[in-house]
Design a protein. Structure first.
Length: 361
């Protein structure tokens, strides 16, 4: 009975409001948050565009993206264009992809966490161009990884922006924004989930009227505005999760690290991300607090890890769980709750304490 009511509500909604025909671009589960909301609201979905299947896991099993899997289950056409040279702006068959989508006659393109550039030639041939859901308050934190770096840098507020598609990533006209508080317990996963939910609601609200009135709004932010954002966020790499053992050892004792140690590791991502920012000092943040942020920012991927010496042999150590513990009115120390030494099973609690005593460096 409830399902019948939902169907009739969609029919009534569609009959009263202009519902633009969409082609959706997205890849991971965060894209699905937006895609499902648009579909449930009743927007005609002509096709999805997503990344090709990739080998996943130890057995390298070829796996389609969450968006492709959803489209298959709902009998919706899915394009999976290949890129060349590993560059997200170079499609192997761009002209063919553009023509295939244009032939569907969409009113607008919608993008959410696609992580590849939309061909300019395609945007130009769509009546209302396209809109992108970006999880930051643009122009701050442009780029493919805004949420992890906002957490690392200790931001207390972020948000979601709806922007027009333009030639440069995240440089289109800002159509709408909504703020969101960054909680002290937030991980990249929890924060991205909330932001894309907000973005989905913004889209549902503005898409009908925006598309009806729009005629190729493809203005870009000027170069000065983009430079003022000072916070282009690079794509995360596996090595970004590396934390020098010297930093972890200091954090476990609630101590700070010296300037000489900071300079020694100035090429490490967690340090470099601060040194590259203007008016920001690495030492202005207690190292225990910084590592807690890094753990939350790099969860679930790439995680944080270090290298330790056990019986004079260097081993990789993954940090699977941690928390901060007050040791005085102002100071906090890091507590490792669960770790995993390479080639071994994870250990917790007292076993972690005993393990740390064995380390020789």
């Amino acid at each position: 009975m409830k399902k019948v009511k939902r169907i009739w509500s969609r029919i009534l909604f569609n009959s009263l409001i202009f519902m633009p025909r969409l082609v959706f671009f997205g890849t991971p589960t965060y894209s699905l948050i937006v895609l499902k909301r648009l579909y449930e609201t009743g927007f005609p979905l002509l096709a999805v565009v997503t990344k090709p299947a990739q080998p996943v896991g130890r057995n390298k099993e070829l796996t389609i993206t969450p968006v492709a899997e959803w489209a298959k289950a709902h009998s919706i056409r899915a394009f999976t264009p290949e890129v060349t040279g590993g560059k997200p702006w170079q499609y192997a068959h761009e002209a063919e992809l553009t023509q295939d989508i244009v032939n569907l006659k969409p009113d607008i393109l919608v993008v959410a966490d696609y992580a590849q550039k939309i061909p300019v030639q395609l945007i130009a041939q769509i009546k209302a161009g396209g809109l992108n859901v970006h999880p930051s308050l643009l122009p701050k934190y442009r780029g493919p990884a805004p949420v992890p770096w906002a957490i690392v840098h200790g931001e207390t507020e972020t948000g979601v922006s709806i922007v027009t598609l333009a030639e440069e990533f995240d440089s289109g006209k800002i159509i709408a924004q909504e703020k969101e508080t960054i909680l002290s317990t937030d991980t990249t996963h929890t924060l991205l989930t909330r932001l894309f939910k907000k973005g989905a609601e913004l889209l549902v609200t503005l898409l009908p009227e925006y598309t009806r009135q729009s005629n190729q709004q493809t203005e870009q932010l000027d170069n000065e505005t983009m430079q003022q954002s000072f916070s282009y966020t690079p794509r995360l790499r596996r090595e970004d999760g590396f934390i020098p053992w010297e930093f972890i050892k200091a954090a476990l004792q609630g101590e700070e690290i010296s300037q000489s140690t900071i300079q020694q590791f100035s090429n490490i991502t967690i340090v470099k991300s601060f040194l590259d920012r203007k008016n920001t000092s690495f030492t202005s943040t207690p190292v225990a607090v910084l590592l807690d942020r890094a753990f939350r920012a790099f969860h679930p991927w790439p995680g944080i890890w270090t290298k330790v010496k056990l019986n004079q042999e260097e081993k990789r150590l993954k940090i699977l769980s941690l928390h901060l513990q007050a040791i005085s009115y102002k100071l906090q120390a890091l507590v490792l709750d669960e770790v995993q030494l390479e080639g071994k099973q994870p250990i917790k609690g007292r076993d972690v304490t005993n393990f740390l005593k064995q380390l020789t460096a």
